[in-house]
Design a protein around this ligand. Structure first.
Ligand SMILES: C[S@@+](CC[C@H](N)C(=O)[O-])C[C@H]1O[C@@H](n2cnc3c(N)ncnc32)[C@H](O)[C@@H]1O
Length: 345
């Protein structure tokens, strides 16, 4: 087990932490969280797990292997760094840089830069054969200043935001204002514990956001949308990214034409920018909890977004599911979205 720390997005912190834990669980890694800090989590897990986090996560920013954690002041940093074996990290004089990120108001820009320089100096004292290279370093030492502490380690990788930006709703050939953003869609796929090769159903597939994200991590995507032109749009968008779904069907998802589903990830219509076809969101959500029930095995999950006012927890429990967690995201004055996760008991 390695000591790791992960810097996550500040946008949806609780979702980010849950997504990270969901990825580790879905990929079969055991882990023990050491500490939750603002935008950062420290945990012990197999170092191999980092590859899966980098491959799957929407909200993780940087993953690092921890060298030390100390209070964020000169004296404590010098003391902690003197106990670290930088030479072992920089085998035979590799080049390196030191990058430190400050979270919120926990440190000033000046202090952050000062600690970068200080640590660079301390590393060179310990590993005299190494050289600083700020353009193309072979190793990056990475630190986070948060909650009055400095977490310091060797960077193992970061989640590059550009591909998610490339999958923004406006960049897809079929656009609809109800489209969910790619990072949230990816996060929801992860919260549902979708695994490579498993069948992921979105019974309200719309522009295909969730199915694109599920396909990109190797799942078999199945989409349903009651409106034929939306179902065609789902297909068009998925194919735009060179992906092929298992199937996209124009049908009412309350009468599922399916025989197998491993998890459900969905954002049903709220009757604002997307139609409920003269039904209510409540009736639609009840319909989906009921119709997928026979196809899900015990412990398999539904991750669903809905308006907070719907109280989806109560609906899910009424239909025989265990409510695992909910996260709330303010969208605008009249909409706070709840992202809820359920499992079949
Ligand atoms: C909020 S949109 C889905 C947005 C989608 N997550 C995206 O990112 O594009 C809801 C979709 O549900 C579809 N829909 C409404 N009632 C339905 C029903 N009974 N069965 C299947 N689809 C339905 C609508 O046509 C609409 O495309």
């Amino acid at each position: 087990m390695a000591n790791l720390f992960f810097l996550v997005s500040g946008e949806f912190e609780s979702l980010s932490f849950s997504e990270l834990k969901a990825i580790l669980a879905a990929e079969g890694f055991t882990y023990a969280v050491t500490e939750f800090l603002d935008q950062t989590v420290r945990l012990q897990a197999d170092a191999q797990s980092v590859r899966e986090v980098l491959r799957r996560s929407g909200y993780t920013r940087v993953c690092a292997q921890e060298l030390f954690v100390c209070e964020a002041n000169d004296e404590a940093i010098v003391k902690a760094a003197s106990g670290a074996d930088f030479e072992a990290v920089l085998c035979d004089g590799e080049t390196f840089e030191v990058r430190i990120r400050r979270i919120k108001e926990y440190a000033t820009k000046e202090a952050t830069m000062k600690y970068e320089r200080l640590l660079g100096k301390l590393i060179l004292q310990n590993a005299p054969k190494a050289k600083v290279d700020l353009k193309k370093p072979q190793k990056t030492f990475f630190g986070v200043l948060t909650n009055g502490k400095l977490l310091f380690g060797v960077k193992m990788g970061e989640v590059v935001p550009k591909p998610f930006v490339e999958r923004r709703a406006r960049k897809k050939p079929f656009f609809h204002p109800s489209a969910m953003n790619a990072k949230l869609a990816r996060c929801m796929v992860n919260l549902a514990h979708a695994q490579s090769g498993s069948y992921v159903l979105d019974p309200f597939s719309g522009t295909g956001s969730t199915l694109i994200e599920a396909s990109l991590i190797g799942c078999k995507a199945v989409g349903i949308d009651v409106q034929r032109h939306m179902a065609k749009g789902t297909l068009k968008n998925i194919r735009h990214f060179g992906l092929e779904p298992e199937g996209v069907i124009a049908a009412d998802s309350r009468k599922l034409p399916l025989s197998r589903v491993d998890c459900v990830v969905t954002d049903p219509p709220y009757g604002r920018s997307s139609t409920t076809m003269k039904s209510s969101t409540k009736a639609i959500v009840e319909g989906i909890f009921s119709s997928v029930y026979p196809f899900l095995g015990r412990g398999q999950r539904i991750c669903i977004a809905s308006p907070k006012t719907l109280n989806v927890k109560r609906i899910g429990e009424q239909y025989g599911y265990r409510h695992l967690e909910s996260h709330f995201a303010y969208v605008h004055r009249s909409l706070t979205r709840e992202v809820a996760v359920f499992e079949k008991v």
